[in-house]
Design a protein around this ligand. Structure first.
Ligand code: AFP
Length: 360
């Protein structure tokens, strides 16, 4: 196994820290403990049914969604693996209604940790790749527990973000503000080894990812973009596209980081009360940070997602990310709607005129 000349995550972080001579080491401790938590989760995922962690926890989370056993276990591992270290002032999780305050018998520190402990958990029982997503912000104060407001920072404020992908191999993909770097878990050493330094997203692509079953709920700019991809070389794009949809955003994001592509989970009319499916603070922002650090673009359709000022810790948002030129095209369609958009029944999905248009 080609490991001897590879850098470990620890070595990488020590090298990175040299850029910040005043650093106290809290940041590296945080990242390394998050990585350790992800190794523990990887063990439970790999055990599958043999580990007794499959299936429903017979509970629902703040999102009103059914919790899997591994959702609950993964959340507990994140909390217990990070609350003692003295580097956090608090945590926010998809699985916890309110911000988690560091217990009084532990020191508080300068960072906030936000996470989706198990993303894609509807895939866990069918043995499809799932992941964990995390985001790191600076805390406004360490002499008091953080308020909800302290977490409501735009994604551009993140000082680090990353994910673990529990796939055929377990990977840890991280940015600390100087590009995106991928680490592969070596089962023999139990270490994350640097295998994908400086990951970059090609600016163009021929692959898009969207849950097409929501098509009838899409706004016209999304409908227009997807129709043009499907029209392929017979349409205005002049090239054929491929489609993927894993329903684990971490896995879709990893594919895009590895070979380009565009991911769309737009705001739609399926549930007008919901501003989107994905959550801003611990899904869209960390993934968006990684995508932009890798030279891609992350948008909520009309403007950069990392600029959005959050209003609630569990806020949902529409999300489009990936190859820069594709995302810019989608943003342009939002900024310059078609004249005949949606109001004219001729342009409804099933109309003959639309088929003619998409062949144009
Ligand atoms: P779960 O964690 O509930 O499976 O949701 C995963 C997710 O938030 C994201 O990872 C997927 O891209 C998206 O939902 C899939 O949504 P659909 O099930 O509507 O396709």
């Amino acid at each position: 196994m080609k490991n001897d000349n590879r850098m470990t995550l620890t070595q990488f972080l020590i090298e990175e820290r040299r850029r910040f001579p005043q650093a106290a080491g809290d940041f590296n401790s945080l990242i390394l403990n998050v990585a350790l938590v992800c190794k523990r989760i990887a063990g439970h995922v790999a055990a599958g049914e043999l580990g007794g962690m499959m299936g429903s926890a017979s509970a629902t989370n703040v999102q009103g969604e059914e919790q899997k056993k591994l959702d609950v276990v993964s959340n507990d591992l994140f909390v217990q693996g990070n609350n003692w270290g003295g580097y956090l002032a608090g945590m926010v999780s998809e699985e916890m209604d309110l911000p988690y305050h560091i217990p009084d018998h532990y020191d508080r520190g300068p960072y906030l940790l936000l996470f989706d402990p198990l993303d894609g958990s509807s895939n866990i029982d069918i043995n499809i790749s799932v992941g964990s997503i995390f985001s790191v912000l600076r805390a406004a104060a360490t002499d008091r527990p953080p308020t909800e407001q302290d977490f409501l920072q735009p994604g551009k404020n993140q000082v680090a973000a990353g994910y673990a992908l529990y796939g055929p191999c377990t990977m840890f993909v991280l940015s600390v503000g100087s590009g995106v770097h991928g680490f592969t878990l070596c089962p023999q050493l139990g270490e994350f080894m640097l295998t994908h330094p400086n990951m970059k997203i090609p600016p163009e692509t021929q692959e898009f990812a969207i849950n097409a079953s929501n098509g009838r709920f899409w706004e016209d700019p999304v409908r227009r973009y997807v129709d043009e991809c499907i029209a392929g070389k017979s349409g205005i794009r002049g090239k054929d596209f491929n489609m993927r949809w894993i329903a684990s955003m971490v896995a879709d994001a990893h594919r895009i980081l590895m070979r380009g592509g565009v991911f769309l989970y737009p705001r739609d009319t399926k549930d007008p009360a919901k501003a989107g499916r994905l959550r801003l603070l611990y899904e869209a922002n960390p993934i968006g940070y990684l995508i932009e650090q890798a030279g891609g673009r992350a948008s909520c359709g009309g403007h950069p997602v990392l600029e959005v000022k959050p209003t609630d810790i569990h806020q949902r948002i529409g999300l489009v990310f990936g190859s820069k030129k594709e995302v810019e095209r989608i943003e342009d369609y939002h900024a310059h709607p078609r004249e005949e958009a949606s109001s004219n029944p001729l342009f409804h999905a099933s109309s003959l005129f639309r088929v003619a248009e998409s062949q144009a």
